[in-house]
Design a protein around this ligand. Structure first.
Ligand code: 5AD
Ligand code: SF4
Length: 468
């Protein structure tokens, strides 16, 4: 067979798989089901929607239950815990497969890009049928076809790629909001981080493809998009006709029917004045910025290869707050990076207090083999890290609480996202600054933007009341 492009080739394999699945269904007298489980970040979540899109085209019925005919784990490896979780869950899956030997188990995502992982799975988890990585997600139908035809294990891990395959199916968990990849990979090589090794070099999608995808989503009922990239502020640098992230945002802003634009993640070193200006005057870009700090110590930031100092970070925060006073600021912080002293840690606490984060994701440093930090001397003892982590969390929580109280009593625009699982008759939604509010409303409001009075700040969220 010859194909003019990759997506045409994959369509061919989708059709081939479809025939096989249809036959199996006739023999079994029931639908075949597939379950994709996502671990990790928004990027993986988005990849899983693409994977499920392909599986649904093939004819599988989407299921959330791991007692399915096909189970695919889309893995994460950013911290060691993520890997341990997968090994644990695989043990559980093997028990299910014992009862249904025809079940197909697949593994993909970041963890599969590490050769020691693949070796271990080959040796100790022989019941896994399909393994692929982050660069060839679009190959799922072809790999599945090979597995179905041969009955043998299929393994295909790429070291990297320059390819971006467009126009393949995808499903969406939410009908009214969607992630949109604007770039893949990362070139920053922060010394603790495994992402550049498992997600490869930075590649930006063409603006035309991004705009077309968003237009399509909007015509399908989407009102909010989350633009995704490891470092969105360096978007466009590698394009044939370079474009800045701020310029891309301006183009997206013009899409009629689109109400809200979010993005993540921003690297402080590349956050431009142009972006701040565009955000400040925008009607659609949400008042939210996720700006990972990692550490407040300029000395450690240098060893982390972050390319900014404590002072530069704080002046950026000041600039943002001046231009966009109602901005919700969130961050990522690592505690216990090799060589972190009490003084370094206190610098982090100082930045947390000065920046006034609405919320912060705090992580204990996890050694990732192959990264420069893994072989740095002075790894911090576990008890010291734990103690610092608890102290940091206390400060972060106290500040988040103070921040949420500031909006108590105000009326805010809220996108209603889902039924509240705890309180009957209630729904949950998000403000522009990404805070969550729970309030009473009929389910028909899901996907709509409504005015809500924030009656009571509860620390991380609000209890509210819808106003007409
Ligand atoms: N250990 C702990 N946290 C890490 N992160 C990335 N690598 C590591 C690591 N080795 C955190 C960073 C990043 C977030 C997604 O995960 O804070 O911003
Ligand atoms: Fe990892 Fe740094 Fe790239 Fe973020 S910017 S993915 S922390 S290397």
């Amino acid at each position: 067979m010859s194909f003019t492009n990759e997506s045409e080739k994959q369509r061919y394999y989708i059709d081939k798989c479809k025939e096989i699945i249809q036959n199996k269904e006739i023999n079994l007298g029931r639908k075949m089901t597939a379950c994709v489980v996502t671990f990790g970040c928004q990027m993986n979540f988005k990849d899983s929607e693409k994977l499920m899109g392909i599986l649904c085209e093939i004819g599988y019925e989407a299921s959330e239950d791991e007692h399915a005919d096909l189970v695919l784990y889309n893995t994460c490896t950013v911290r060691e815990n993520a890997n341990l979780k997968i090994y644990g869950r695989l043990g559980y899956l093997s028990k299910i497969k014992e009862k249904n030997p025809d079940m197909i188990i697949g593994l993909c995502g970041c963890m599969m890009q590490e050769s020691h992982v693949v070796v271990k799975i080959r040796k100790s988890y022989r019941f896994v049928d399909i393994i692929f990585g982050t660069h060839n997600v679009f190959l799922l139908a072809e790999l599945l076809y090979n597995r179905l035809i041969s009955g043998h294990k299929v393994e295909d891990i790429w070291d990297g790629t320059t390819e971006i395959v467009e126009a393949l199916p995808s499903v969406r968990k939410y009908s009214f909001k969607s992630g949109v990849n604007i770039m893949y990979g990362c070139n920053n090589f922060c010394s603790y981080c495994i992402v550049p090794y498992v997600r490869g070099r930075e590649r930006s999608r063409n603006p035309e493809d991004i705009i077309e995808e968003i237009r399509q989503l909007v015509s399908d009922g989407v009102v909010e998009v989350m633009l995704l990239g490891q470092n969105v502020n360096s978007y466009g640098k590698t394009l044939e006709h370079p474009l800045t992230f701020a310029q891309l945002l301006e183009k997206i802003e013009k899409i009629e029917g689109l109400e809200r634009i979010r993005f993540m993640t921003s690297h402080p070193k590349d956050l431009s004045d142009e972006l701040i200006e565009v955000m400040a005057k925008s009607k659609k870009i949400c008042r939210q910025m996720h700006l990972p700090l990692q550490s407040g110590s300029s000395r450690l930031l240098k060893v982390m290869n972050r390319h900014y100092t404590k002072e530069q970070y704080l002046s950026l925060v000041e600039k943002l707050r001046k231009a966009i006073p109602d901005i919700g600021l969130t961050t990522d912080i690592i505690v216990g990076f090799p060589g972190e002293t009490e003084e370094d840690f206190l610098e982090t606490i100082d930045v947390v207090k000065k920046a006034g984060y609405d919320s912060a994701f705090t992580f204990i440093y996890s050694k990732r083999s192959g990264t420069p930090a893994a072989i740095m001397p002075n790894q911090v003892p576990e008890d010291v890290v734990k103690n610092r982590f608890d102290r940091l969390l206390n400060v972060v929580n106290k500040i988040s609480k103070e921040k949420t109280i500031l909006l108590e009593g105000s009326i805010q625009k809220v996108l209603v996202e889902e039924e509240n699982r705890k309180i009957d008759g209630y729904v949950s939604g998000r403000l522009s600054n990404n805070s969550v509010v729970h309030f009473k409303a009929p389910l028909e409001y899901i996907g709509k933007i409504v005015n809500v009075c924030l009656k009571e700040a509860k620390g991380f969220y609000y209890m509210g009341e819808m106003v007409e």
